[in-house]
Design a protein around this ligand. Structure first.
Ligand code: PHE
Length: 359
């Protein structure tokens, strides 16, 4: 009993002389904390005979209560909160949250992935080729010889011949029999060179698409960019006809635009296909009646295509008598613009967030 009174006196003095948070906390710990003096006495009660236990217990509890009160009052006075448990934080559920801004894929990338997905479901593999290409693959191998007027179809960015680009990457595998490969470098003007690159290494039957960036040395306007994206298609087997091509392309457009699609082929010319076609899709906006999007024609030009020219098979080291195939080239930018009704291709390359955030 005497000890207890002693403790009480000491504790009270210490409380009243405490001047800051830290000391008041220490006082609390010293007497009322887990191993505090009062706490220990209260804990030892169970070992005492009943009479003593009641007596001491009563006093010890009273002291504990009193001390607690004093400490709390003192603590409040110096702006401290000395409580056994920290008060639970209150959450204001009506408070507006932080908006997390996350990036997302560029619309062309989204469209590219969707195109890949659709063609993969139709049994095509996705293949890539280099953006820096040799003159041979971009032109000669595709039946477009130097000085031939057909080269005018593709305005080309040529690279200086002293440019240090590891040319070995672009060298022709020995399977091909053609000599004197033209190794001037350029930025590929289309994805068609990958037709030859792939067929050099893989025997038919084959079904591939080649998405990728292409370049043209042109003035830019609402429908022309100096760099843009194409997706090339190539299907080769023993007996492949233009009817197969029409079926595959029609199916693709239906899956891509999620509505029934009708296509038509118009005669055209590409040096690497024979016969060659322009592939039109019936206008998705007016259904063929004629509107501003299709310039009253009722049809939208979506791709160049044709049956693989024998010379292309030869360039790849294949015997054209054994194989038939079709190829097509579509503008991914064009597909993106049709899908999202964008009227200026330059928007796709400006990096303007006000535009991009809409996708
Ligand atoms: N490569 C052609 C272009 O860029 C498109 C095309 C590809 C045409 C395949 C026919 C076959 O214009």
């Amino acid at each position: 009993m005497k000890d207890l009174k002693d403790i009480k006196n000491r504790a009270e003095k210490e409380v009243s002389s405490a001047r800051n948070n830290e000391t008041i906390r220490q006082v609390f710990q010293k007497y009322l904390g887990k191993k505090g003096e009062v706490t220990l006495i209260l804990r030892s009660l169970k070992d005492l005979p009943e009479k003593k236990r009641k007596e001491i217990g009563k006093l010890a509890n009273a002291i504990r209560q009193e001390l607690e009160e004093k400490i709390t009052i003192k603590g409040r006075a110096i702006g401290a909160k000395v409580e056994r448990n920290k008060p639970k934080k209150r959450i204001d559920f009506s408070f507006p949250g932080h908006k997390l801004t996350t990036g997302h894929l560029h619309p062309i990338t989204q469209v590219e992935r969707e195109v890949e997905d659709i063609f993969q479901r139709l049994g095509f593999s996705v293949i890539e080729g280099p953006e820096v290409e040799s003159e041979w693959y971009n032109f000669d191998a595709l039946n477009i010889p130097a000085n031939h007027p057909a080269r005018d179809m593709w305005d080309t960015f040529w690279l200086r011949s002293n440019q240090k680009i590891p040319i070995s990457k672009f060298q022709i595998p020995n399977k091909s029999k053609i000599k004197n490969k033209n190794q001037n470098l350029l930025l590929r003007t289309h994805t068609s060179p990958v037709q030859v690159r792939y067929m050099e290494k893989h025997n038919p039957p084959l079904r591939i698409i080649v998405p990728g960036r292409t370049f043209r040395y042109e003035a830019t306007d609402a429908s022309h960019e100096i760099n843009f994206y194409q997706v090339e298609g190539l299907m080769v087997d023993k007996k492949i006809s233009a009817a197969n091509m029409k079926a595959i392309m029609e199916r693709f457009f239906e899956m891509f635009f999620r509505q029934s699609a009708k296509i038509r082929l118009r005669p055209s010319f590409f040096p690497f296909t024979e016969p060659s076609f322009e592939v039109d899709v019936r206008c998705l906006i007016c259904g063929g009646k004629g509107c501003s999007v299709c310039s009253k024609r009722g049809w939208l030009e979506m791709a160049g295509a044709g049956m693989v020219h024998p010379q292309v098979f030869k360039s790849a080291g294949l015997n054209p008598r054994n194989w038939q195939g079709f190829a097509f080239g579509m503008g991914l930018d064009r597909l993106t613009m049709m899908k999202y009704k964008i009227d200026d291709v330059r928007l796709l390359y400006k990096g303007d967030l006000r535009f991009l955030e809409q996708f």
